[in-house]
Structure formats: C-alpha cells, structure tokens
Write a protein that binds this ligand. Structure first.
Ligand SMILES: [Mg+2]
Length: 373
C-alpha cells in the first residue's frame, strides 16, 4: 500500500527554440506543471500536467489544473486507500473530466510505485521494447521553412514526418513536400480544421499517400468522421476526439478511424492509456504515442508507455534539445538513428535537474497531509 503524505507542484515556463505553428494558434512559450509525490518511506515520483496556458487544444489550462489538483485531487490522495497506481483513475472517477490534471498526479504515482518496486516503469506497465521509434513534427506552414525542417529531421533519422494542415494550406503544401520527398513516411494533422463540406478537398489528399490524416473534423464529430472515412482512402487518426476509453470504444464501433493517437494527458493517465491500447490491439486499430510539446518528465512517461507492443507507428517523441535550450531532466532524452533507448533504471529512468527546475519555476506550492488539505 502507498501512503502519500506530500505533493509538490511547480509551474514552469520556458520559451521554445522555434515557434510551433498550428492553425489554432502559435506556441512560442510553454508552461507546464511538474508534480512530485512523496510517500512516508521517503520515495518520490514525478509527473507532468501538460495542459497549455490557454484552452486552445483542450479545455484545460495551467490554472484549471492547479485548481483541480489543489481543491479536489490532492485531498483525495491524502484520504483514499491506494494499493496500486492502476487504481488511481477509479479513485478520481468521481471528479468529471479534467484529464490532464488527473494524469499529472496519476503518472507521478506510477513513477513512485515503480521506484518502490525497484523496476523500470516500462516493465511495470508491461512494455517489451528496449528502444522506441520516433517521428517529428514540422512546426511551420511556410513551404520553404518546412522543407528545411524536413531535411534536418531526415538527417537526424526521424522515422516519420508530420505536418500541420488546414484548408488554407494543404494541397499545394503537401504537393511541394512530396515533390522533394516522394517516399518519406508522411502524415498530416488538421487539428479539426475541416468539416464534411470539405470532402472534395480531403479526397484530393489521397494522392499524397499519407500514412494518415489526423483529426480532420471537429472534436465531437464521431459520426461525421465515420462518414468521411468511408469516402477517403487515407486512414483517419483521431486525436482530440479520444478523451476516454469510452470515446475509443465509440470510435471503433462507429468505424470513425483506423488509427488512434494515444496521449496519456488527454485520457487521464497511464492506466487509461493502457486500457485504450489493449482495446485497440484487440480490434486491430493501429496506435502511436502523441506529443504535447512537453518537458522531460512527460517525455519520459511517453517513452515508457510506447514500449507496449501495440505502439507500432513511430510517436511524436523527440530529443530534449528539440524544443528546449535546456530540459529539466537528466540525462536528456536523445534520438539516435530515429530511435530512443528505453532506460533500464528504476521508475521513469530520468531524474530532475533541481537547479534547472528552480530556474524555470514561476510558482511553487507544497501540500502536506494533515496540514489544511
Ligand atoms: Mg494532433
């Protein structure tokens, strides 16, 4: 049994080396919350809540996550019986949604538990890979810039390239890329930029032999995605639409997609991610591990998650130095020849660089069992 008696939250902020463009907005600076949970034996675990500072990707923000943790989730940790991290998601079930807040804490407890067991998190989760394949995301819709970035990713050995598209910039953009790189594994993420009125446009994209088109329609358009999938050859991958096991179940039943992007933050943590993984494997839905322009703690959890056998498509898991001048973990995550070695050390296999964490922390709060919460 776990006896959590202390939780420390650090809101951190860092500028990105290069701005990250989507049609919904450009990310230049990133906030995140680093969570450290400690139990009475003195063992601690690390998690990261990956909500953005404004609600453009999901409804959660840094501030809503802080509120949920402080007023609802942390008090539960101090009062409920916790036997295993797999049970945390049901302890949090009485609180609706707020998946990124839940995930930040749940993942920290997985790390803590793996450390107490003396095993790597990947093994605790049931993973079987010693290295994971990785892909990268082009952060611009400028044609020339995009081609330069792809050239760099190719040199780094990334095994799959993803670009962001919208009706304002899709066919010509993809054509320009395919002209230079006719055979690279390429996919396009629309972040809900289209509607069913765009079927004609989306059909044209079939000629580019994309691995998939990610989230073409709106978040709640499960039925419309099924209608679209029947009309286009490119496999649809759902991202924002999948916030729970039940969403994944609905998408599979309705045939709304052929691929699912699993992000532990978006689905409430590692246990839910694992359940969605198992469901997808059972129904032969391909999966991959999505990224959130995150810092090293979340990246380390993603590495552990992506060791599960169903993650067959390279994920958005990049080197620490891809977005950051200096990440907050040690050692840095490194991509070599398109793969990341899975750490053999206990827990997430990376430790926090306290000095760097302090430098980038803009707010810190500690909660102690029995003291006010
Ligand atoms: Mg996406």
């Amino acid at each position: 049994m776990l006896h959590i008696n202390r939780v420390n939250l650090s809101v951190i902020e860092m500028p990105l080396k290069l701005p990250f463009f989507t049609h919904l907005g450009t990310v230049k600076k990133r906030q995140s919350i680093i969570i450290e949970v400690m139990d009475r034996d003195g063992v601690s675990g690390l998690g990261e809540a990956v909500a953005f500072s404004s609600p453009w990707y999901t409804e959660e923000t840094t501030q809503t996550v802080l509120h949920m943790m402080k007023d609802f989730l942390i008090p539960k940790l101090f009062t409920e019986k916790i036997n295993h991290p797999a049970g945390i998601s049901s302890i949090f079930d009485s609180i609706r949604r707020n998946e990124m807040a839940k995930s930040g804490i749940e993942t920290a407890i997985w790390d803590l538990y793996a450390k107490k067991q003396g095993i790597p998190l990947s093994i605790l989760l049931g993973g079987s890979r010693s290295e994971i394949r990785t892909g990268a995301v082009v952060a611009t819709q400028n044609e020339e810039e995009a081609l330069k970035q792809i050239e760099y990713f190719q040199e780094q050995g990334y095994q799959r390239i993803k670009v962001k598209i919208s009706p304002a910039n899709d066919i010509d953009f993809l054509r320009a890329i395919r002209k230079e790189y006719p055979h690279i594994p390429l996919m396009a993420d629309a972040n809900s930029a289209y509607t069913l009125n765009d079927v004609g446009r989306l059909k044209v994209l079939d000629e580019f032999q994309l691995l998939m088109i990610e989230q073409p329609l709106s978040v709640t358009d499960m039925v419309d995605h099924a209608t679209l999938q029947r009309q286009i050859a490119t496999p649809i991958c759902l991202d924002e639409s999948i916030t729970s096991y039940h969403d994944a179940y609905s998408a599979i039943q309705l045939e709304s997609c052929k691929i699912i992007n699993i992000k532990m933050g978006r689905v409430g943590g590692l246990e839910n991610a694992r359940r969605i993984h198992d469901l997808c494997v059972k129904h032969q839905i391909q999966i991959w591990c999505g990224g959130m322009i995150e810092f090293g703690v979340s990246r380390a959890h993603n590495i552990a998650l992506a060791t599960l056998e169903g993650f067959t498509i390279p994920g958005d898991i990049v080197s620490s130095n891809h977005y950051w001048e200096e990440d907050i973990i040690e050692p840095f995550v490194e991509v070599k020849n398109g793969v990341i070695s899975v750490p053999a050390e206990v827990g997430i296999g990376f430790s926090i660089n306290r000095k760097r964490l302090k430098e980038v922390t803009i707010y810190n709060e500690e909660f102690v069992k029995g003291k006010g919460v």
